[in-house]
Design a binder for this molecule. Structure first.
Ligand SMILES: Cc1ncc(COP(=O)(O)O)c(C=O)c1O
Length: 394
């Protein structure tokens, strides 16, 4: 069912690439689009601008299908940090308001909130706990030697969240999937929890968009932000920002320019007339070659095969790996039955980074974060690649 051919994914000729939680290989269909638009600029200069609106409209349309929403709720952004920054700086906080996040979030979902402390906002961080709700999992000495940090990132818990919510909690800002441990939130339950308390839920979906279902309209999520070069296999420097209509209406403009305003290219008309749609966040000239590429990546993978089917194939490939690897020496942080994610983080015996380097010498690409070795296959990986990687773990 899945087209796994090296023609579409030429990286397969050299590597077993198992690191889609990092910088993924650019999908060849995306590269084609990117080159075509760049060539149009090279050959026609300003005439390429005729493609500006259609390209961004096309991307918003594809992303809307992916998130089961409408294109007016979507904007092109450069990266996750930009999207979360626009939200954090634009949110109408009052001194004493609170944002709840998690102590081990990726920086994209930490610093933009931290910055709001200068507006009197309190950033409350959920502590770490393991899957049974125990605090701080100490390093398992039988499985590790030199590991940093002493307490590895694992997960946050709904119990801790419930305890910390106050009448001043305005926003809960969490990743759908934690970048180091691979912990996947039950996003629908989290969204129900937040909407029952009139708290705005902002989701960093950099580690899930395209491979786990997200339905922000249906689940009542205020905002979803993601980069495009991981699980969507788009070019570096492109991302997506979803905002619900109600949430958007609360936000003050942060960056404003010609693309914020309805009069468009009538640059001498300085009327303050911003779009109601999420296009207002695009504020000025966007890199349309990247946007065109990202649209192709969305249409030719998650929209072609379906997010659920892709998730199923990724989990199946993880199982092929897990069934072949020595489980006494390599233990997944989350057992498959505990609710898994596309990132399979492993507690390894010895130094995870040294193991990563060893695998790279054998042309298997993985990443190390927080002391774990992360195995993150995509639908186009094969059983043979998973078995080859597992064989190197001997
Ligand atoms: C959870 C998460 N959010 C965001 C990012 C990337 O942030 P940005 O798009 O700002 O580069 C990563 C990258 O690893 C991530 O794991």
């Amino acid at each position: 069912m899945f087209d796994k051919s090296p023609t579409l994914f030429p990286i397969k000729d050299r590597y077993a690439f198992l690191s889609h939680c990092g910088i993924a290989p650019l999908y060849s269909g995306g590269l084609g689009k990117m080159t075509e638009v760049a060539q149009a600029q090279c050959l026609t200069g300003a005439l390429v601008f005729g493609r500006y609106d259609p390209i961004l409209d096309g991307l918003r349309d594809a992303a809307a299908q992916l998130l089961k929403t409408t294109p007016d709720n979507l904007a092109f952004v450069k990266n996750t940090t930009e999207g979360i920054g626009l939200i954090a700086a634009g949110y109408p906080f009052e001194p004493g308001d609170q944002v709840i996040s998690y102590v081990h979030e990726y920086p994209a979902n930490h610093y933009p909130w931290k910055l709001q402390e200068r507006r009197g906002v309190e950033l409350v961080l959920l502590p770490d706990c393991d899957s049974e709700g125990r605090r701080h999992t100490p390093c398992d000495e039988s499985l590790t030697r030199s590991v940093r940090p002493t307490f590895r990132p694992v997960a946050w818990s709904m119990g801790d969240l419930e305890q910390r919510v106050t009448p001043r909690t305005r926003i809960v800002a969490l990743s759908h999937v934690q970048f180091a441990s691979g912990f996947a939130a039950d996003l629908k339950s989290l969204a129900d929890f937040c909407s029952a308390r009139e708290i705005d839920l902002v989701v960093d979906a950099a580690q899930s968009l395209g491979v786990l279902p997200i339905e922000p309209d249906e689940w009542n999520i205020a905002a979803v932000v993601s980069s495009g070069w991981k699980w969507l296999m788009g070019p570096i420097g492109c991302g997506l920002l979803y905002t619900s209509k109600n949430f958007r209406a609360k936000l003050q403009p942060v960056l404003v320019g010609a693309e914020t305003m309805r009069q468009g290219t009538d640059y001498l008309d300085h009327t303050w007339n911003p779009f109601d749609s999420a296009k207002r966040f695009e504020y000025s000239t966007s890199p349309i070659a990247l946007a065109a590429a990202l649209e192709a990546c969305i249409r030719e993978a998650p929209l072609r095969y379906g997010v659920e089917a892709i998730r199923g194939e990724i989990f199946r490939l993880q199982d092929v790996f897990l069934n072949a690897v020595d489980r006494t020496r390599f233990r997944p942080v989350f057992a498959p039955e505990e609710g898994r994610s596309p990132i399979l983080s492993l507690i390894v015996s010895g130094d995870a980074n040294a193991l990563r380097r060893l695998l790279l010498k054998e042309s298997v690409i993985t990443t190390e974060r927080g002391g774990y070795l992360r195995i993150a296959p995509h639908f186009y990986n094969t059983d043979e690649e998973m078995l080859r990687a597992a064989g190197l773990f001997a």
